[in-house]
Write a protein that binds this ligand. Structure first.
Ligand code: WTA
Length: 633
C-alpha cells in the first residue's frame, strides 16, 4: 500500500449508467441484516425442481449447508433451461485454436454435445457420485466433459494439462476415479504437449481406472490400449451416444443442492495437494451472482476469461458462471504470444470482446513487448477489464487501464480462492478504484484483519485476512479428509475462515492483499506448495535435503528459489544443477521448475529440525533475519 495520498479512479458515467447493480448500498445493507434472505433472493433466479427448506444450516459448522432440501442440477441451469427459450440459437461458446481454427457452439449445439457425451459416460457405467478425472488441453471438449459429468451427477476432477504424469497419478489415486478423459495432445506455443503419453505413464500405477476416453486433437500417433482406451469421435458414432430415448437426448440427474459437483486439487502447506470440494446449489448461486454483478454481463456481451479450465477461475468464470447467465464466452487454446505478441489483442478485435478477465502475470508479460502491439488493434469494444490471481502492481494496473482499456474501462481486481469458489473482495462497476487494491468485500461477505491473538489490527497495519460469515460457494470440505478441512481453515481462529493471506486496510476502508502467509508460492498466478516442490527435489537421487522459497520476479510475480544439500559423495556441478531442475519439471510439471537453484551445505533450522524458510527469504532479499532465537546452533 503506497504511503502517499492517492487519487482514486472514478468509474466513467457510461459504465455506471449501464451497470446491472445500481442500488449497491441497499444490497449491502440487505445482506448485512439478512444474509439468508439476501442469498435466497439471488437463488430464486434459478430453476429448482424442489425448493429449499432452509437457506443456511450452520448447526454443524464449519460443515455449512446451503439451500437445504432443495433439488436441482447446475447443468439444468447452464443448458436445459436455455435451450427451451430463444437463447437456444445464441452462441454459448466461440473457440479459437492456436493455429487459427475456429469452432462455435450455440446453446443448442453445446447441449447436444453434452448430452451425447453424458450418454457415453452413463453407458460406461459412470453414475451419480463417481469421480472422473479430466486431463486435457484447452479445447471445447474440456468444458463439454465437465458438463457431461455434472449432468449425470458424476464428480469431475480436472487436472491442469501442465501437470506431470506423477502429479496426475497422485490426483487420480486420491480421488479414486474410474474414468479418465484426455486428448492425444494439446497445442501450446506451436508445439504438441503429449497428454495421452502422460496419462499412459500415470495409469501404470493407477489400477482403479477402467476406461480412458481420448479426444483427437493433435493427430500424432498414440498408444491405445484395447478394452481400456476409446476415441471420443468413435464413441460419438455409436447408438449409445444417442441415448436411451434416442434423439441425442439425455436426462439431467436431479441432485440435492449439497451433492458434490467437483473436486479441484490445490496446494497447501503439506506436500500432498488437497481436493477442494464444491457442490451443485450454493456454487451455482455464488458464481452466477458475482459474475453478473461484478462484470456486468449483458445479453449481448462477449466475455473472455483467459484462465485454463484446469484452475478454479476456469471452472467458475469460463465454464459455469457464463453459461448460468446465458452469456457468450470466448475460449482460446494456446499461448498469448503465438505466433506474435498481438495474438490476444487481435482476438479481442476479431470477436468483439466486451469484457476481458486475465491475470497480472499475463499483463506484465505482454507489457514487455510494448504498446505498439495492442495499438495495432481496435479495442474499442471493451467495456470492463478484470484481474485475478495475485496482487496487481500499480504499474501493470495503469498500463492495462491506459493501453488496453483506453482509460475508459474500469478494472475489477477480484480477490478469491479455489476454496471460496466465487469473488470475495472486489469492486463493482459503480465503485471508485484504487490501483492495486481489490477494494471491498462483495455484499454479504464480511472480512477482518487480525493479529496473531485474534485482535483486529489498526488501519494501515498488516494482519491475517479472515472471513467472518459463510457464503454459498464456499468449499464444503477437503475430499476424504474432513479433519484437515477443520484444521486448515477453521482452527487458527475458531468460527472464522482463515484465508492464508495477509492484508491491510487503508484509510478509505479499501483492502490491500499482501500475499500468502503459509507455504504457498504463486508462480505466474499458479498456486504451488513449497513442500510439494521440496519433495520433488529430494526424490532426485543426488539430493539429501531441500528448501524452497518464493522470490520476487518481474513477470511471474513470484518464482521459486531452491536450496539443496547433496548426499555425501555428490559434488555440485552445472550438469547436476540442470538435471535437478529438469527432475522437478518431470515430477511436478514445467510450472514448478525452480528459477534458481543453490547448492548449500546447511539449511537454517529450528532446534526441532524445522526449516526456517523465513530466514532463507530474508537472506535472499538482504533483509534482517528477524527473531532467530529458535535457530539451531
Ligand atoms: C491470491 C485463484 C491479490 C491470494 C482465484 C489467494 C490474489 C490465492 C487475488 C488463491 C487478487 C487471488 N489480489 N491476491 N485479486 N486473487 N489472489 O486458489 O493469495 O489459485 O489466497 O485462486 O491467490 O489462489 P487460487
Amino acid at each position: 500500500m503506497p504511503a502517499e495520498k492517492r487519487e482514486l479512479v472514478h468509474p466513467s458515467p457510461s459504465v455506471v449508467a449501464a451497470a446491472n447493480v445500481q442500488n449497491l448500498d441497499e444490497l449491502r445493507r440487505h445482506a448485512a441484516n439478512d444474509l439468508e434472505g439476501f442469498w435466497a433472493e439471488r437463488a430464486r433466479e434459478f430453476e429448482w425442481s424442489q425448493p429449499w427448506d432452509r437457506v443456511l444450516d450452520a448447526s454443524k459448522a464449519p460443515f455449512f449447508k446451503w439451500f437445504v432440501g432443495a433439488r436441482t442440477n447446475i447443468v439444468h441451469n447452464c443448458l436445459d433451461r436455455h435451450v427451451r427459450t430463444a437463447r437456444r440459437n445464441k452462441l454459448a461458446l466461440i473457440w479459437e485454436g492456436e493455429k487459427g481454427d475456429v469452432r462455435t457452439f450455440s446453446y443448442h449445439a453445446l447441449n447436444r454435445e453434452v448430452c451425447m457425451f453424458a450418454n457415453i459416460l452413463r453407458s460406461m457405467g459412470v453414475k451419480k457420485g463417481d469421480r472422473v478425472t479430466i486431463y486435457m488441453g484447452r479445447i471445447p471438449e474440456l468444458p463439454i466433459a465437465m458438463l457431461a459429468c455434472a449432468k449425470i451427477g458424476a464428480v469431475h476432477s480436472v487436472v491442469f494439462g501442465g501437470f506431470s504424469a506423477e502429479a496426475l497419478h497422485g490426483r487420480i489415486e486420491d480421488s479414486q476415479s474410474n474414468v479418465v478423459i484426455t486428448c492425444d495432445g494439446g497445442w501450446m506455443n506451436g508445439k504438441i504437449v503429449e497428454l495421452k503419453k502422460m496419462v499412459d505413464e500415470a495409469l501404470k500405477r493407477s489400477p482403479t481406472i477402467e476406461h480412458v476416453i481420448v479426444v483427437k486433437r493433435t493427430g500424432q500417433e498414440v498408444q491405445m490400449e484395447a478394452g481400456r482406451d476409446y476415441w471420443l469421435h468413435e464413441l460419438m458414432q455409436l447408438p449409445i451416444a444417442r441415448g436411451q430415448s434416442g434423439g441425442n437426448r439425455c436426462e439431467t440427474e436431479q441432485m440435492d443442492a449439497e451433492d458434490p459437483l467437483f473436486l479441484l486439487y490445490t496446494s497447501g502447506t503439506t506436500g500432498k495437494p488437497k481436493a477442494i470440494l464444491h457442490t451443485h446449489g450454493g456454487y451455482m448461486v455464488g458464481t452466477a451472482t458475482t459474475l453478473k454483478w461484478v462484470f456486468d454481463l449483458k445479453e449481448e456481451d462477449r466475455w473472455w476469461c483467459t484462465a485454463d479450465p484446469g484452475w478454479i477461475t476456469g471452472h467458475s468464470y469460463l465454464v459455469y458462471g457464463p453459461l448460468l447467465l446465458g452469456a457468450t464466452s470466448f475460449m482460446y487454446e494456446g499461448a498469448p504470444t503465438y505466433p506474435y505478441p498481438n495474438r490476444w489483442w487481435s482476438m479481442i478485435e476479431k470477436y468483439g470482446i466486451n469484457v476481458f478477465y486475465t491475470a497480472p502475470t499475463a499483463i506484465r508479460g505482454l507489457m514487455r513487448f510494448g504498446e505498439a502491439w495492442p495499438n495495432r488493434h481496435d479495442l474499442s469494444g471493451l467495456r470492463l477489464l478484470g484481474s485475478v490471481g495475485e496482487p496487481i502492481n500499480p504499474e501493470a494496473w495503469r498500463w492495462y487501464h491506459r493501453v488496453i482499456g483506453k482509460e475508459r474501462c474500469p478494472i475489477m481486481d477480484t480477490w478469491w480462492q479455489t476454496e471460496t469458489g466465487m469473488f470475495m473482495i472486489t469492486p463493482l462497476p459503480v465503485m471508485d478504484l484504487d490501483p492495486g487494491s481489490a477494494t471491498l468485500p462483495f455484499p454479504g461477505v464480511e472480512v477482518d484483519i487480525l493479529d496473531e491473538h485474534g485482535t483486529p489490527v489498526a488501519t494501515g497495519e498488516e494482519g491475517y485476512l479472515v472471513i467472518k460469515r459463510p457464503w454459498p460457494a464456499m468449499l464444503r470440505t477437503i475430499y476424504g479428509d474432513p479433519d484437515r478441512y477443520v484444521q486448515q481453515y477453521w482452527s487458527k481462529y475458531p468460527g472464522l475462515y482463515f484465508t492464508g493471506d495477509s492484508a491491510r486496510r487503508d484509510e478509505n476502508g479499501h483492502l490491500w492483499i499482501i500475499g500468502r502467509v503459509d507455504d504457498v508460492i504463486k508462480v505466474s498466478g499458479y498456486r504451488l506448495g513449497t513442500a510439494e516442490v521440496e519433495s520433488a527435489l529430494v526424490s532426485h537421487p543426488a539430493v539429501a535435503e531441500a528448501a524452497v522459497i518464493g522470490i520476487a520476479h518481474e513477470v511471474k510475480g513470484q518464482a521459486i528459489h531452491a536450496y539443496i544439500i547433496l548426499r555425501s559423495g555428490q559434488t555440485p556441478s552445472e550438469e547436476l544443477h540442470d538435471a535437478v531442475i529438469k527432475h522437478v519439471a518431470h515430477e511436478l510439471g514445467p510450472i514448478a521448475k525452480p528459477e534458481k537453484l543453490t547448492f548449500v551445505t546447511q539449511l537454517p533450522k529450528t532446534r526441532s529440525g524445522k526449516i526456517m524458510r523465513r530466514v532463507l527469504k530474508a537472506r535472499a532479499q538482504g533483509l534482517p533475519e528477524g527473531d532467530i532465537s529458535t535457530l539451531e546452533e
